[in-house]
Design a protein around this ligand. Structure first.
Ligand code: SAH
Ligand code: DHB
Ligand code: MG
Length: 222
Protein backbone atom coordinates (compact mmCIF):
# COMPACT_ATOMS: atom_id res chain seq x y z
CA UNK A 1 0.00 0.00 0.00
CA UNK A 2 1.37 3.37 -1.05
CA UNK A 3 -1.72 5.51 -0.55
CA UNK A 4 0.28 8.52 0.60
CA UNK A 5 2.47 8.41 -2.51
CA UNK A 6 -0.52 7.89 -4.81
CA UNK A 7 -2.28 10.88 -3.25
CA UNK A 8 0.84 13.06 -3.47
CA UNK A 9 1.33 12.17 -7.14
CA UNK A 10 -2.36 12.83 -7.83
CA UNK A 11 -2.05 16.26 -6.19
CA UNK A 12 0.98 17.03 -8.37
CA UNK A 13 -0.81 15.90 -11.54
CA UNK A 14 -3.88 17.97 -10.77
CA UNK A 15 -1.85 21.07 -9.87
CA UNK A 16 0.14 20.86 -13.10
CA UNK A 17 -2.31 19.41 -15.64
CA UNK A 18 -5.86 19.82 -14.37
CA UNK A 19 -5.63 23.24 -12.77
CA UNK A 20 -9.31 23.96 -13.48
CA UNK A 21 -10.07 21.45 -10.70
CA UNK A 22 -9.48 24.38 -8.33
CA UNK A 23 -12.62 26.05 -9.77
CA UNK A 24 -14.69 23.02 -8.69
CA UNK A 25 -13.39 22.64 -5.15
CA UNK A 26 -16.55 24.38 -3.95
CA UNK A 27 -18.61 21.43 -5.22
CA UNK A 28 -16.69 18.96 -3.04
CA UNK A 29 -16.84 21.34 -0.08
CA UNK A 30 -20.60 21.79 -0.53
CA UNK A 31 -21.13 18.03 -0.75
CA UNK A 32 -19.06 17.42 2.38
CA UNK A 33 -20.96 20.13 4.28
CA UNK A 34 -24.24 18.47 3.24
CA UNK A 35 -23.03 15.15 4.66
CA UNK A 36 -22.61 13.33 1.35
CA UNK A 37 -20.04 10.49 1.31
CA UNK A 38 -16.72 11.43 -0.35
CA UNK A 39 -17.09 8.90 -3.16
CA UNK A 40 -17.08 11.36 -6.06
CA UNK A 41 -14.56 10.75 -8.82
CA UNK A 42 -11.17 12.32 -8.11
CA UNK A 43 -10.28 15.64 -9.77
CA UNK A 44 -7.93 13.89 -12.23
CA UNK A 45 -10.69 11.40 -13.06
CA UNK A 46 -13.20 14.23 -13.51
CA UNK A 47 -10.86 15.80 -16.03
CA UNK A 48 -10.55 12.42 -17.77
CA UNK A 49 -14.36 12.20 -18.01
CA UNK A 50 -14.39 15.69 -19.49
CA UNK A 51 -11.77 14.73 -22.08
CA UNK A 52 -13.70 11.55 -22.94
CA UNK A 53 -16.81 13.64 -23.62
CA UNK A 54 -14.73 15.76 -26.00
CA UNK A 55 -12.91 12.77 -27.58
CA UNK A 56 -16.21 11.11 -28.39
CA UNK A 57 -17.85 14.40 -29.44
CA UNK A 58 -20.69 13.39 -27.15
CA UNK A 59 -23.78 15.57 -27.13
CA UNK A 60 -26.05 13.22 -25.19
CA UNK A 61 -24.66 11.68 -22.02
CA UNK A 62 -26.41 9.42 -19.50
CA UNK A 63 -25.00 9.11 -15.98
CA UNK A 64 -26.19 6.61 -13.38
CA UNK A 65 -25.30 7.78 -9.87
CA UNK A 66 -25.22 11.58 -9.46
CA UNK A 67 -24.25 12.00 -5.79
CA UNK A 68 -23.58 15.77 -5.55
CA UNK A 69 -23.00 16.15 -9.27
CA UNK A 70 -19.21 16.52 -9.24
CA UNK A 71 -18.68 14.11 -12.16
CA UNK A 72 -21.76 15.52 -13.91
CA UNK A 73 -20.35 19.04 -13.79
CA UNK A 74 -16.97 17.97 -15.23
CA UNK A 75 -18.77 16.31 -18.16
CA UNK A 76 -21.34 19.08 -18.67
CA UNK A 77 -18.56 21.63 -19.09
CA UNK A 78 -17.50 19.79 -22.26
CA UNK A 79 -20.93 19.56 -23.87
CA UNK A 80 -21.89 21.51 -26.99
CA UNK A 81 -24.55 24.21 -26.56
CA UNK A 82 -27.37 21.85 -27.53
CA UNK A 83 -25.96 19.00 -25.43
CA UNK A 84 -27.67 17.18 -22.58
CA UNK A 85 -26.68 15.03 -19.62
CA UNK A 86 -29.41 13.02 -18.02
CA UNK A 87 -28.24 11.93 -14.57
CA UNK A 88 -30.06 9.41 -12.35
CA UNK A 89 -30.05 9.50 -8.55
CA UNK A 90 -32.10 7.47 -6.06
CA UNK A 91 -31.36 9.49 -2.91
CA UNK A 92 -33.48 12.65 -2.66
CA UNK A 93 -30.98 14.48 -0.45
CA UNK A 94 -28.15 13.76 -2.91
CA UNK A 95 -30.42 14.92 -5.74
CA UNK A 96 -31.27 18.19 -3.96
CA UNK A 97 -27.60 18.96 -3.30
CA UNK A 98 -26.70 18.12 -6.90
CA UNK A 99 -29.48 20.27 -8.40
CA UNK A 100 -28.38 23.22 -6.31
CA UNK A 101 -24.77 22.67 -7.45
CA UNK A 102 -25.86 22.59 -11.11
CA UNK A 103 -27.59 25.93 -10.65
CA UNK A 104 -24.61 27.49 -8.88
CA UNK A 105 -22.38 26.23 -11.73
CA UNK A 106 -24.78 27.78 -14.30
CA UNK A 107 -25.06 24.42 -16.01
CA UNK A 108 -28.67 23.51 -15.18
CA UNK A 109 -29.77 24.09 -18.80
CA UNK A 110 -27.49 21.18 -19.85
CA UNK A 111 -28.40 18.75 -17.07
CA UNK A 112 -31.62 16.85 -16.44
CA UNK A 113 -31.62 15.18 -13.03
CA UNK A 114 -34.09 12.33 -12.65
CA UNK A 115 -34.73 11.23 -9.08
CA UNK A 116 -35.62 7.64 -8.22
CA UNK A 117 -34.19 4.14 -8.49
CA UNK A 118 -32.13 3.98 -11.68
CA UNK A 119 -33.85 0.85 -12.99
CA UNK A 120 -37.20 2.73 -12.97
CA UNK A 121 -35.69 5.74 -14.71
CA UNK A 122 -33.96 3.52 -17.27
CA UNK A 123 -37.18 1.67 -18.01
CA UNK A 124 -38.90 5.01 -18.56
CA UNK A 125 -36.08 6.22 -20.83
CA UNK A 126 -36.46 3.10 -22.96
CA UNK A 127 -40.23 3.53 -23.18
CA UNK A 128 -39.89 7.22 -24.04
CA UNK A 129 -37.93 6.19 -27.13
CA UNK A 130 -35.81 9.35 -27.20
CA UNK A 131 -32.50 9.72 -29.03
CA UNK A 132 -29.81 7.23 -28.05
CA UNK A 133 -26.85 8.33 -25.93
CA UNK A 134 -23.31 8.90 -27.18
CA UNK A 135 -21.71 8.19 -23.81
CA UNK A 136 -22.81 6.61 -20.56
CA UNK A 137 -21.08 6.80 -17.17
CA UNK A 138 -22.20 4.10 -14.74
CA UNK A 139 -21.29 4.88 -11.12
CA UNK A 140 -24.14 3.78 -8.84
CA UNK A 141 -24.94 0.60 -6.87
CA UNK A 142 -22.46 -2.01 -8.07
CA UNK A 143 -24.69 -5.11 -7.60
CA UNK A 144 -26.96 -3.69 -10.32
CA UNK A 145 -24.13 -3.36 -12.87
CA UNK A 146 -25.33 -6.38 -14.92
CA UNK A 147 -28.80 -4.80 -15.16
CA UNK A 148 -27.30 -1.44 -16.10
CA UNK A 149 -25.23 -3.13 -18.80
CA UNK A 150 -28.40 -4.47 -20.44
CA UNK A 151 -29.92 -0.98 -20.43
CA UNK A 152 -26.67 0.41 -21.87
CA UNK A 153 -27.13 -1.88 -24.85
CA UNK A 154 -30.62 -0.48 -25.41
CA UNK A 155 -29.79 3.18 -24.80
CA UNK A 156 -26.32 3.72 -26.30
CA UNK A 157 -26.00 4.41 -30.01
CA UNK A 158 -23.92 2.10 -32.21
CA UNK A 159 -20.39 3.51 -31.99
CA UNK A 160 -21.14 5.00 -28.58
CA UNK A 161 -19.18 4.43 -25.38
CA UNK A 162 -19.91 3.23 -21.86
CA UNK A 163 -17.63 3.79 -18.88
CA UNK A 164 -18.11 1.94 -15.58
CA UNK A 165 -16.42 3.21 -12.40
CA UNK A 166 -15.01 1.13 -9.54
CA UNK A 167 -14.42 -2.14 -11.37
CA UNK A 168 -11.19 -3.12 -9.57
CA UNK A 169 -11.95 -2.51 -5.89
CA UNK A 170 -8.36 -2.88 -4.64
CA UNK A 171 -8.09 -6.06 -6.71
CA UNK A 172 -10.91 -7.80 -4.87
CA UNK A 173 -12.65 -8.52 -8.17
CA UNK A 174 -10.28 -11.42 -8.91
CA UNK A 175 -11.38 -13.19 -5.72
CA UNK A 176 -13.52 -15.98 -7.16
CA UNK A 177 -14.86 -16.88 -3.73
CA UNK A 178 -15.90 -13.35 -2.77
CA UNK A 179 -19.38 -13.02 -1.31
CA UNK A 180 -19.33 -9.20 -1.51
CA UNK A 181 -22.33 -8.16 -3.63
CA UNK A 182 -20.34 -5.32 -5.15
CA UNK A 183 -17.54 -7.66 -6.25
CA UNK A 184 -20.09 -10.16 -7.56
CA UNK A 185 -21.81 -7.37 -9.52
CA UNK A 186 -18.55 -6.44 -11.22
CA UNK A 187 -17.57 -10.06 -11.89
CA UNK A 188 -20.98 -10.80 -13.46
CA UNK A 189 -20.60 -7.69 -15.58
CA UNK A 190 -17.18 -8.81 -16.82
CA UNK A 191 -18.54 -12.26 -17.65
CA UNK A 192 -21.44 -10.78 -19.61
CA UNK A 193 -19.03 -8.65 -21.62
CA UNK A 194 -16.70 -11.60 -22.21
CA UNK A 195 -19.54 -13.43 -23.93
CA UNK A 196 -21.05 -10.46 -25.74
CA UNK A 197 -20.04 -9.82 -29.35
CA UNK A 198 -21.89 -6.47 -29.44
CA UNK A 199 -19.15 -4.64 -27.55
CA UNK A 200 -15.42 -4.07 -27.57
CA UNK A 201 -13.99 -3.51 -24.10
CA UNK A 202 -11.00 -2.98 -21.86
CA UNK A 203 -10.41 -2.06 -18.25
CA UNK A 204 -7.64 0.04 -16.76
CA UNK A 205 -6.50 -0.15 -13.14
CA UNK A 206 -5.87 3.18 -11.48
CA UNK A 207 -4.12 4.34 -8.33
CA UNK A 208 -4.47 7.83 -6.93
CA UNK A 209 -6.40 9.83 -4.40
CA UNK A 210 -9.16 7.20 -4.48
CA UNK A 211 -6.88 4.22 -3.82
CA UNK A 212 -6.52 1.24 -6.18
CA UNK A 213 -9.53 0.97 -8.44
CA UNK A 214 -10.29 1.24 -12.12
CA UNK A 215 -12.50 1.98 -15.09
CA UNK A 216 -14.12 -0.36 -17.58
CA UNK A 217 -14.53 1.19 -21.03
CA UNK A 218 -16.57 -0.34 -23.77
CA UNK A 219 -17.66 0.63 -27.23
CA UNK A 220 -20.92 -0.55 -28.72
CA UNK A 221 -20.08 -2.05 -32.11
CA UNK A 222 -21.70 -0.59 -35.20
N1 SAH B 1 -20.85 9.97 -10.06
C1 SAH B 1 -20.68 10.62 -8.75
C2 SAH B 1 -20.57 9.62 -7.64
C3 SAH B 1 -21.73 8.69 -7.52
S1 SAH B 1 -21.74 7.82 -5.97
C4 SAH B 1 -19.42 11.48 -8.81
O1 SAH B 1 -18.39 10.95 -9.25
O2 SAH B 1 -19.47 12.64 -8.41
C5 SAH B 1 -23.05 6.72 -6.24
C6 SAH B 1 -24.45 7.35 -6.21
O3 SAH B 1 -25.35 6.39 -6.72
C7 SAH B 1 -24.93 7.73 -4.82
O4 SAH B 1 -25.35 9.07 -4.78
C8 SAH B 1 -26.12 6.81 -4.59
O5 SAH B 1 -27.18 7.41 -3.85
C9 SAH B 1 -26.57 6.53 -6.01
N2 SAH B 1 -27.31 5.28 -6.14
C10 SAH B 1 -27.13 4.12 -5.47
N3 SAH B 1 -28.02 3.20 -5.86
C11 SAH B 1 -28.79 3.79 -6.79
C12 SAH B 1 -29.89 3.36 -7.58
N4 SAH B 1 -30.38 2.12 -7.48
N5 SAH B 1 -30.44 4.23 -8.44
C13 SAH B 1 -29.95 5.47 -8.58
N6 SAH B 1 -28.91 5.94 -7.86
C14 SAH B 1 -28.34 5.12 -6.99
C1 DHB C 1 -18.16 3.56 -3.55
C2 DHB C 1 -18.87 3.96 -4.67
C3 DHB C 1 -18.23 4.68 -5.66
O1 DHB C 1 -18.88 5.08 -6.77
C4 DHB C 1 -16.90 5.02 -5.54
O2 DHB C 1 -16.32 5.72 -6.54
C5 DHB C 1 -16.20 4.62 -4.42
C6 DHB C 1 -16.84 3.90 -3.42
C7 DHB C 1 -18.84 2.77 -2.49
O3 DHB C 1 -20.05 2.57 -2.61
O4 DHB C 1 -18.17 2.38 -1.56
MG1 MG D 1 -17.53 5.65 -8.34
Amino acid sequence: MNQELWSDVDAYLVQTLAKEAADLEWVLATNAAAGLPAIDVSPAQGKLLQLLVRMSSAARVLEIGTLGGYSTIWMAQALPVAGLIITLEADSHHADVAQSNFERANLEHLIELREGPATDSLELLVSEGGDLFDLMFIDADKPNNPTYFEYCMDLTRPGGFVLFDNVIREGRIIDESSDDDRVLGVRSLFEMIRDDTRVSATAIQTVGAKGHDGFLLLRVNE
